[in-house]
Unconditional design. Structure first.
Length: 285
């Protein structure tokens, strides 16, 4: 089975590399979508009917061991040709995590998934929610701010820079970067910089290693700096994509903050706009 999975992934990788840097027409996009669907349909077929390898599931956030036969299970389908999606809820911190077939991907494999996705599908405009997250920081024109995950699906950076705010964006996925000036694409470039605030929209649920990623963000804050992270996935919403790996229900929001050495200072709910305001704890290193 692993041989077949690797073969499918290898073919898609070769196909994807041939298209990187090109502007796809609708026929090419349709072909790529079919290739993605073929991969995940085949994987689902191979795995269907087989028992999940794990008898116990370890929560990737709090580390609690959850017996598989006593764990709440959620099932849906990916509208982006990713097949069957099975997720589980931690009985301790209430985090919903999965699908396991995506969590098992290596970082390089997951990066390729995003590259293929951005070539095959178009993202909706997220400017409004990103602006709400930015404003939740109480920004000042004298401050410097970072939009984490500022892909080519919003005009947030352009709008804020035009208004006189000192804002830059960070986006590591090259196929999603069409935002012009003020964009950082490498972590090495980030390392030497500091910000009075960091904000994001629809990012937390995508982070494969959210604790490590938030630790990096926190290390980039100036004294007194804060972060505003917005996502509807503080509830079990928009579960129909394989790229949403974590849903921070209930206690899991505070558990995430505590693991990173942050305080969840405020939790804003305005319809589907949900935003956590995080700040380093005074005694945190």
């Amino acid at each position: 089975m692993q041989f077949l999975k690797d073969g499918i992934s290898g073919f898609l990788a070769m196909f994807g590399r041939a298209l990187v840097g090109t502007s796809l027409d609708e026929t090419q996009r349709t072909l790529l979508r079919h290739q993605i669907a073929c991969k995940w349909d085949t994987i689902d077929y191979l795995e269907r009917g087989l028992p999940i390898a794990e008898n116990e599931l370890i929560c990737p956030l709090c580390g609690h061991s959850n017996r598989l036969d006593a764990t709440t299970r959620f099932e849906s389908s990916c509208i982006f040709d990713g097949g069957r999606l099975i997720r589980f809820q931690c009985a301790s911190c209430e985090l919903i995590f999965g699908p396991l077939k995506v969590l098992r991907l290596t970082p390089a494999q997951l990066t390729r998934e995003y590259e293929w996705h951005y070539m095959a599908f178009s993202e909706g405009d997220s400017t409004k929610a990103e602006m709400q997250a930015f404003n939740a920081l109480g920004p000042k024109k004298s401050g410097r701010y970072l939009n984490w995950g500022s892909g080519g699906w919003s005009t947030t950076l352009q709008n804020l820079r035009r208004e006189g705010f000192n804002v830059v964006g960070y986006e590591p996925h090259q196929s999603a970067t069409k935002v012009g000036e003020g964009l950082i694409t490498s972590r090495d470039e980030l390392a030497s910089q500091r910000f009075d605030g960091i904000f994001s929209n629809n990012v937390l649920e995508h982070l494969r290693y959210p604790i490590e990623e938030l630790e990096l963000m926190a290390s980039l804050l100036t004294a007194g700096g804060r972060m505003a992270h917005a996502t509807p996935c503080y509830e079990y919403l928009y579960e129909y994509t394989r790229f949403h790996l974590f849903f921070y229900l209930g206690r899991s929001r505070k558990v995430l903050a505590e693991k990173v050495g942050l305080d969840l200072q405020e939790f804003i709910v305005d319809g589907e706009f949900m935003c956590g305001i995080f700040a380093p704890r005074p005694n945190a290193p």
